[in-house]
Design a protein around this ligand. Sequence first.
Ligand SMILES: NC(=O)C1=CN([C@@H]2O[C@H](COP(=O)(O)OP(=O)(O)OC[C@H]3O[C@@H](n4cnc5c(N)ncnc54)[C@H](OP(=O)(O)O)[C@@H]3O)[C@@H](O)[C@H]2O)C=CC1
Ligand SMILES: O=C(O)CCCC(=O)O
Length: 491
Amino acid sequence: MLDTTTNLSALLKDPSLLATRAYVNGKWIDGADGTFAVTNPARGDVLAEVANLSRAQIATAIDAAHDAQRLWAARTAKERSVLLRRWFDLIMENQEDLGTILTAEQGKPLAEAKGEIAYGASFIEFYAEEAKRIYGETIPGHQADKRITVIKQPVGVAASITPWNFPTAMITRKAGPALAAGCSFLARPASETPLSALALAVLAARAGLPAGVFNVLPSGSSSEVGKEFCENEKVRKITFTGSTAVGRILLKQAADTVKKCSMELGGNAPFIVFDDADLDAAVEGAIQCKFRNNGQTCVCANRIYVQSGVYDAFAEKLKAKVAAMTVGDGLEEGSELGPLITEDAVQKVRDHIADATAKGARVILGGDKGGLPGTFFPPTIVTGATPEMAFATEETFGPLAPLFRFEDTDEVIAMANDTIFGLASYFYARDLSRVYKVAEALEYGIVGVNTGLISTEVAPFGGVKQSGLGREGSRHGIEEFLEVKYICMSV
Ligand SMILES: NC(=O)C1=CN([C@@H]2O[C@H](COP(=O)(O)OP(=O)(O)OC[C@H]3O[C@@H](n4cnc5c(N)ncnc54)[C@H](OP(=O)(O)O)[C@@H]3O)[C@@H](O)[C@H]2O)C=CC1
Ligand SMILES: O=C(O)CCCC(=O)O
């Protein structure tokens, strides 16, 4: 770790954004299970001690959210919209401070953290607008006296569990549509990154969101919270982002109370470069896609497939650009790649490199810590990657770019689809007929064509196969928080 400590509140223009108690039913409360420490992954120092809620406190919060939901749903869409818009404005007004809090607890460089704040806020803005467009239908009756109407109503209490890699955006992407739909919302942030979530709660309170409508429940024991969310009958919706392993646990647990579930789970994104691609654009796209958040996103390229004719040129160009990237403390000017979140995350990158080199891959950049402290790890590129290597089937979730060689389209489509995952995929090509065919053949919820960045609030984000259930963002995202009711009337 770096030999520095972080006086986080001194770095903030508005230190009151640094909240450490839980936000439940409009009140800031202490945890019955004491506190847990939140650290800066770049420096290793403790940033704050945060309230550790007990399972009983989670149950009490669910009761409050249940009561608040009925009143919230009874408001007009426009009233909900106005409050969400106010929350959005406050988030953007405090972008700098929120970015600083995010970098301190998560590690990503400040510019990237501020980008996440804007991205996260965009979901609140989008769904503030969408709240007013929850339209129903009328259907021609099946008998002469029948009139059929379809209305949409909020599911009820929605509970979220979110990861540390996007501490703000993964909450707002769920809370925005939930609140717009008329659900109340319980956020259980990752134990590594609760401060960004609590800062959102400070601003939700300032925006005037009623007590119990938006709650933030930090807890050191995610499995206990998960059980309470899943087993409590008052929770009607579970929305999760994280690993496929945990998603499976939550789906099983939620089965007994038959809850509506949406799951944004692991990915294993292929990034394909065909020989007719604009190679410089492909290199740019690969860097944006692979090294965003230092490789720690579920849509980061995990396997880079390059056609034989351009393989060596692509590897050289990529190496030259990546070698120039600066690894450093996200709070320091100029850092492009921060630390990894934990020692375990570093170990996984090392394991994947060791496995690959033992099976014949060659490291052309990085490969070991090279004197970097703590959980910093240099961006690494390996050539000669093959399907037998661990990263072919498992998400590395770190700054390792393996380059696979391929000869023809059918071969690369087969390799790209040979995974249990199906979240994001990318390819670079210019031939129009190839572009259509490959986009259709990739078994993924998201396909980036000649771009390495696909995330936006206006598009439906989500995966197929074991990458998840449901979509977030766009008009589709709000449907996850709505039930359809059909009213049959005899006239
Ligand atoms: N799709 C995505 O965006 C993400 C994918 N991943 C993948 O998962 C791997 C492991 O990362 P990790 O952070 O451990 O991901 P996890 O899936 O373990 O964690 C995600 C969230 O789930 C919580 N959680 C963990 N176990 C349970 C449980 N039994 N019941 C309820 N909630 C639970 C975590 O809490 P707590 O913080 O307390 O552990 C965290 O809030 C990564 O290397 C990556 O491959 C990880 C994060 C995001
Ligand atoms: O890794 C994740 O789950 C977060 C997705 C980031 C994005 O929305 O682009």
